[in-house]
Design a protein around this ligand. Structure first.
Ligand SMILES: Nc1ncnc2c1ncn2[C@@H]1O[C@H](COP(=O)(O)OP(=O)(O)OP(=O)(O)O)[C@@H](O)[C@H]1O
Length: 264
């Protein structure tokens, strides 16, 4: 699919997200969300437990429907994309990945090419070239023949990112890609995502609880609080005192000078 050049790769207007199951009234998780996201950015979604970060990612990915409002990709309503078109537009990396860890690294990363292969799943030279590039970008070439169950959490996270890279979509969504990782590996993953966003001009959105790291490493952040959802550069968000609205202020305070939270 040819993507025409657009400033706004993702825009959401008046978006409400949540859950409805027919008869009962819908559970609104967050409302009045307005986003306009340009290409080639690394964007963190931040907010306390249960605020709706995963719900927002799943709604953007089309896994669940918005309760209200619209989502556009490249200025076209998300609903106007067929499932196959959507699979070449965005990839999603979920924490509880439902893939067999019995696969080798190479096999799992190759799954990223599924939207493009024929019904037999045979890979073309072009598919193989893209898979190799994804393995290299995530420094997995040397362990490509290892089984996924043999990997550390950090390596496994890189495998999921490589699969999304192999899917070669302009938008990549990741749900908490740094959970279970130590500080070094958290920072490594975020730096890798930033390099990919900038070098390959991809739009990468990820949810995280690593606010300090996100402030240092992302281009923009989406902050979800019970009252509002705001999107801006870390610098502007600090100026606007937004980080102090994330947690009860009598307990945790954000220090503008250091860009860190302190416990009272
Ligand atoms: N299938 C569901 N049906 C109804 N409510 C749900 C469902 N899944 C999640 N929720 C509720 O939606 C709200 C947002 O959940 P979500 O998982 O999006 O939060 P989150 O910000 O990703 O949280 P965390 O940081 O803890 O992962 C929570 O109150 C949760 O209980």
């Amino acid at each position: 699919m040819q993507h025409h050049i657009s400033e706004h790769i993702i825009s959401a207007k008046n978006l409400s997200i949540g859950y409805s199951n027919g008869k009962k009234p819908a559970i609104i998780v967050a409302k009045d969300i307005d986003l306009s996201i340009t290409k080639g950015q690394l964007i963190a979604i931040v907010g306390s437990n249960g605020i709706g970060k995963s719900t927002l990612l799943r709604t953007l990915a089309g896994i669940q429907s918005p309760l209200n409002g619209t989502i556009d990709f490249l200025d076209k309503p998300s609903k106007s994309y067929s499932p196959l078109e959507l699979a070449s537009l965005l990839s999603i990396v979920l924490t509880e990945a439902a893939v067999s860890k019995n696969l080798t690294v190479l096999e799992l990363v190759s799954l990223g090419r599924q939207p493009y292969t024929n019904w037999m799943g045979s890979l073309s030279n072009n598919d193989n070239a893209i898979i190799l590039e994804a393995l290299e970008a995530t420094q997995l070439s040397e362990i490509q023949h290892k089984k996924c169950f043999e990997l550390s959490d950090g390596q496994l996270q890189r495998v999921y990112i490589a699969r999304a890279l192999a899917q070669d979509t302009p938008i990549i969504l990741l749900d908490e890609p740094t959970t279970h990782l130590d500080l070094f590996h958290k920072a490594s993953i975020l730096k890798l995502l930033k390099t990919i966003a900038h070098k390959k001009q991809k739009t990468i959105l990820f949810s995280t609880h690593e606010i300090d790291l996100a402030i240092q490493l992302t281009d923009t952040m989406i902050i979800m609080t019970p009252e509002t959802t705001v999107h801006n550069t870390p610098c502007r968000l600090i100026e606007q005192n937004v980080f102090n609205t994330l947690f009860p202020e009598d307990f945790i305070v954000f220090d503008k000078m250091t860009g860190r939270f302190t416990i009272k």
